[in-house]
Design a protein. Sequence first.
Length: 178
Amino acid sequence: MERGEKWRICHLGERGKIESFRCGDPDLDDFLLNDSVLYIKSLLAVTYVIELNDVVVGYFSLANDSVSVKDFSIKSDFNRFRKSRFVNAKRIKSYPAVKICRLAVSENMKSKGVGSILLDMIKVAFLNDVKSACRFITVDAYHSAIPFYLKNGFLPMQQQEDNSGTSLMFYDLMNAIL
């Protein structure tokens, strides 16, 4: 990041339609350019963009989620997960979370730390601007993105991977405040 650069993050609804964005993944590009506004209007997900000198260099979309017993192939895995994080936990079947539905950085800003900055912004937002309880951040990470999420403190929900092309991962917000 250089001196004099003007960085800004804004809700897509405040900024308006994005005319161009290329991250190298046509699905992620298409979501931002065509579908994100529909998700906002339908109250399914919110999208935030980060701009550098008025050019969109990254974005993320968020939706409500939970970490629940259904996320584990066997109930004992969920019980181990719960016991390792909640002392004398009540036997509830799900814990509040926010899901990163999409996260992308423009091709010309890759490997410059922008993705990690976006994740840190999400973490800080859910720790400092609490509107409702949120313990975990979840993401269905592309297999190619798993090292990025691991580097940023996320853990796989289960050891085995499925054949969907993604793996469910989580970040415990309690790790950020300890």
